[in-house]
Ligand binder design. Structure first.
Ligand SMILES: CC(=O)SCCNC(=O)CCNC(=O)[C@H](O)C(C)(C)COP(=O)(O)OP(=O)(O)OC[C@H]1O[C@@H](n2cnc3c(N)ncnc32)[C@H](O)[C@@H]1OP(=O)(O)O
Length: 326
C-alpha cells in the first residue's frame, strides 16, 4: 500500500522513522508485545503526543479520524531523539482505536461496537476461519486505525488515511470478533496487483494465516482472469512467506494439478496455470534450485522439493467454502 522501494528516499515518506518510538503495544487487556518499527504517523510532531484525538481528548469517534499531519514532512531522526516517545500504546483489539491511557482502553473495551458486530461481508467461511471484505470507504476510521497499527510492524509503509480506494480482507476465527490478519487491495490497480499490503498481527503469526490470505488474493485475481501478484517491493518477511507459498503452489500445479504428466514445462505454462507473474515463477524456481544451466525446469528436482512442501497446502483456501461477491 503505497510502499516505496529502496530507490526512493525514505526520509521523504510521511510516518517513517528509523528508530522505534513506541516500545510496547497493549493489545486489548490481555496481550502485550513490542513494536518492530517506528512511526511518526500516530503523533503530533511538534509535541510528540498522540495526534489523532478528539479536541476534548477522547479516542477518535466513528468517522472523525483527523488527517492532521497528512502533509507533514517525515520526521528526521537525530541522535537526541532516539528514545521512545511512548512506552505503551493501548490499542483496541476489535477496532484498533488507540490511546496512551490504559483506563481509557478498559472503558472503551466494554462498549466498542466492533466487539459486538464485525464489519463488512463474509467471503470465506470454514469451521475454523472466516475472511470478511471490509470497504475502506464505508469503514473509514476502522481501516485508518488498522493502517496506523500496521506501520508499527512494517517499515516501508506510508499510507494511513486515504483508505477509500481500498478493500480490506480480514481473517477472524469463525465465531470470534477479533481480527487476526488482513490484506488490503486497491480497487483499481494499474500494475494489476492482487494485494497491496499484508499483516498478520504478531500474536497470530506462524499459524498459516498469511498463507491463507495470499492464496485468497490469488483466488480473487484468477477469478477476474488476471495474471497477478503482490505490490513490490516485498518486506523480508513478505518475501520469505511468499516464496514458501509460491513454492507449494508451483509444485502442486506441476506435479498434481493442471500440468501433471507434461514432460516439458516452461515458466509461462506455470504462470498460466497458477495466475502468478512469470517473474515470480522464475524467482520461485530459482529459490528451489530447479532451473538447469539452460534455464529449463528440472521436474526431477521439483518432485524432490515437493516432498517438503506438500503438507503445507493444508493452509490453502478450500474453494468450496468461498462465498465471493459477484
Ligand atoms: C506486499 C507486502 O505487503 S510485503 C509486507 C509483508 N508484511 C510484513 O512484513 C508485515 C510483518 N509480517 C507479517 O505480518 C507476517 O510475517 C507475514 C504476513 C509476512 C506472514 O504471516 P504469517 O501468518 O506469519 O505467515 P504463515 O504462518 O502463513 O507463514 C508462512 C511461512 O513463511 C515463513 N515465515 C513467516 N514468518 C517467518 C519468520 N518470522 N521467520 C522465518 N520464516 C517465516 C515460514 O516458512 C512460514 O512457514 P512455517 O511457519 O511453516 O515455517
Amino acid at each position: 500500500m503505497e510502499k516505496q522501494g529502496k530507490s526512493i528516499d525514505k526520509d521523504q515518506l510521511y510516518g517513517i522513522l528509523e528508530t522505534r518510538n513506541v516500545k510496547y503495544v497493549q493489545f486489548g487487556l490481555e496481550q502485550r508485545f513490542p513494536t518492530w518499527y517506528g512511526s511518526t504517523a500516530y503523533f503530533q510532531l511538534s509535541t510528540r503526543k498522540l495526534g489523532l484525538r478528539d479536541p476534548d481528548g477522547r479516542l477518535p469517534s466513528r468517522g472523525s479520524a483527523s488527517s492532521s499531519g497528512k502533509k507533514a514532512k517525515s520526521f528526521h531522526t537525530h541522535p537526541e531523539v532516539s528514545e521512545y516517545w511512548l512506552d505503551t500504546l493501548y490499542v483496541c483489539e476489535y477496532c484498533f482505536k488507540y490511546t496512551d491511557v490504559g483506563k481509557e482502553l478498559q472503558e472503551h473495551g466494554t462498549q466498542c461496537p466492533y466487539r459486538f458486530k464485525t464489519p463488512g461481508r463474509i467471503q470465506y467461511r470454514s469451521p475454523e476461519l472466516s475472511i470478511r471484505k471490509v470497504s475502506g470507504s464505508r469503514h473509514t476510521l476502522f481501516c485508518q486505525c488498522l493502517c496506523l497499527f500496521t506501520k508499527l510492524f512494517l517499515d516501508n509503509k506510508s499510507m494511513y488515511f486515504k483508505v477509500d480506494h481500498y478493500d480490506f480482507y480480514i481473517v477472524y476465527d469463525t465465531g470470534s470478533k477479533k481480527p487476526m490478519a488482513f490484506f488490503s487491495k486497491d480497487l483499481v490497480s494499474y500494475q494489476k496487483n492482487n494485494l497491496a499490503c499484508i499483516l498478520t498481527l504478531p500474536p497470530y503469526q506462524r499459524r498459516g494465516l498469511g498463507t491463507l490470505l495470499m492464496d485468497f488474493s490469488y483466488k480473487l485475481s484468477v477469478r477476474d482472469g488476471l495474471i497477478s501478484g503482490p505490490e513490490q517491493p516485498l518486506s523480508p518477511f513478505g518475501l520469505v512467506s511468499y516464496l514458501k507459498y509460491w513454492s507449494t503452489l508451483v509444485c502442486f500445479q506441476v506435479l498434481e494439478g493442471e500440468l501433471q504428466g507434461e514432460s516439458r514445462i516452461t515458466a509461462e505454462d506455470i504462470s498460466k496455470a497458477t495466475g502468478m507473474r512469470v517473474s515470480d515463477v522464475l524467482l520461485t524456481l530459482r529459490s528451489l534450485e530447479c532451473l538447469t544451466q539452460n534455464q529449463e525446469i528440472s521436474l526431477q528436482i521439483l518432485r524432490q522439493r515437493f516432498k517438503n512442501h506438500k503438507q503445507y497446502s493444508h493452509a490453502f483456501i478450500n474453494k468450496d467454502l468461498l462465498i465471493l461477491d459477484n
